[in-house]
Design a protein around this ligand. Structure first.
Ligand SMILES: [Zn+2]
Length: 473
């Protein structure tokens, strides 16, 4: 078996790993590189293999850095199936279409501003048409149900508890010559225990090879226990000051988590009634998908839906706005309110309008609840810039900026170590481990942490590197 690391190797975006086994090519994830525009665009267009030669794709979850380049693969000749969980398929439908739309808008903007090199006309990686074609290739299976993506390989999805539908993938591979059976696990992104909404993550079965994410290989998250009280303090401050609470949030998962907590705070009477607006068409669509996948939720959430007839994503004070007119009208409304809007890193989308209209008022609060990559507007707010550019114009940051990192959907160092340590100790010791999906400092520190735990066969592959584990790996 060979593994070619085609993305998320030494970095956190562009997740894709090509497995070659018994003459077949299985692609684990097909994610988009994100970050600095030109560099990521070049890497996105330069696939390290011929898409026509890939037999099948197995997808861990719907985040764009894991699935966002699937339509480009199809556009360039991939003809196989794309396997994923049922919820991932439903979410991808909206997320990929949204990605095509964002790309088309960005190309229009680049053309208008002439922000491209002489002789190079910017072009979207793919359009809506390719997304439709790609969705026809999707094959959805529930968690824990075995399927055979290619001959001689059995596969299963396990709950990774990272976002709705997220899975870690286990492949059981039988060598046709020797009959030897070996197992490989690819974690995709792993979630945390104790997050609201989702079922806790499954335990890893005994496997011979593990490809694991390392996003927070050297970090411990803030505890989840004070999330609600912290949120209540902020909402009550905004109410007392007569201001607005602006929350930039990823349309998928983070928005639903915030809404869930606000609903609980209202029910417990820890905050008084306050109008709440989810101002993002994508978040509105994704929330509909959440309602269709109650099986993915933990007991507490399921109970709220079924026994009390409560919908944690729809309550009296909460409105979902879809049209541009509805979104604009929020600016004219009087009195305190909460606005949750995308994009989560304040790079594009309606959140920019809300920040522009509210950031210069001391009464208002901007609450950061997600990871903010370097060079984004969100990161500048976190770093305490006194002035920021929005739509090209400078704006003074007078609103209070608060950060709550307890919402992270990623396992931290202790979660990761705990996940890896489970199962048969003998198999564990002999296991080959590849560390991916992490910045270099996180990867190095996590490798050291594993060595301290007695796990020595650990390797950090680099982008484009192929590792040959032999037929009898
Ligand atoms: Zn993810």
């Amino acid at each position: 078996m060979k593994i070619l690391f085609g993305g998320a190797a030494g970095e956190v975006t562009g997740s894709k790993h090509l497995i070659t086994f018994n003459g077949k090519k299985i692609l684990l994830d097909c994610g988009l590189f994100q970050g600095r525009r030109q560099e990521s665009d070049e890497k996105n267009r330069k696939l390290l293999w011929d898409p026509k030669e890939v037999d099948v794709v197995i997808l861990s979850h719907a985040h764009m850095d894991h699935s966002g380049i699937l339509p480009y693969l199809v556009k360039n000749g991939f003809e196989g199936d794309i396997w994923c969980t049922t919820a991932t398929k439903d979410i991808c439908n909206f997320m990929l279409m949204d990605s095509a739309y964002i790309q088309e808008r960005e190309v229009e903007w680049l053309k208008k501003k002439k922000k491209f090199e002489e002789g190079v006309t910017p072009e979207a990686l793919y359009g809506a048409e390719e997304v439709v074609e790609t969705m026809l290739r999707f094959k959805a299976v529930p968690y824990h149900e075995e399927f055979e993506p290619v001959e001689g390989v059995k596969a299963k999805f396990y709950n990774a508890s990272h976002i709705l539908g997220a899975a870690f993938i286990v492949l059981e591979m039988t060598d046709p010559k020797s009959g030897t059976v070996k197992k490989l696990c690819f974690t995709g992104d792993l979630g945390r225990r104790g997050l609201p909404l989702l079922n806790p993550p499954d335990e890893i079965p005994d496997v011979d090879v593990l490809i694991t994410e390392t996003t927070y290989g050297n970090r411990l998250h803030a505890s989840l226990t004070t999330v609600e009280s912290d949120l209540a303090v902020i909402v009550n401050q905004v109410l007392a000051d007569g201001g607005r609470l602006i929350i930039p949030a990823f349309a998928l998962e983070r928005t639903q988590e915030i809404v869930y907590h606000l609903n609980l705070l209202r029910k417990k009477n820890l905050i008084p009634p306050i109008p709440i607006y989810v101002d993002s068409p994508l978040a509105t669509d994704v929330t509909q998908v959440f309602k269709r996948h109650l099986d993915c939720f933990n007991e507490e959430t399921r109970e709220e839906f079924s026994q009390h007839g409560d919908n944690p994503f729809g309550f009296n004070d909460l409105k979902y706005t879809r049209t541009v007119e509805e979104s604009k009208s929020l600016n004219e409304k009087q009195g305190p309110m909460i606005i949750i809007s995308a994009s989560g890193m304040c790079e594009h989308g309606r959140i920019l309008h809300h920040l522009k209209n509210n950031i210069e008022d001391r009464k208002n609060v901007v609450l950061i609840v997600g990871y903010q990559a370097a060079n984004t507007l969100g990161r500048k707010l976190v770093e305490g810039y006194k002035e920021v550019n929005i739509f090209g114009d400078p704006h003074k940051v007078k609103a209070s900026i608060y950060v709550m990192d307890a919402f992270s959907g990623h396992a931290d160092r202790s979660d990761l170590l705990d996940f890896i340590a489970r199962g048969d100790q003998e198999t564990n010791k002999n296991r080959k481990i590849f560390l991916v999906h992490g910045e270099q400092t996180q990867l190095d520190a996590f490798k050291e942490a594993l060595a301290t735990n007695g796990l020595e066969d650990v390797y950090i592959p680099s982008y484009g590197e192929e590792v040959d584990l032999g037929d009898d790996f």
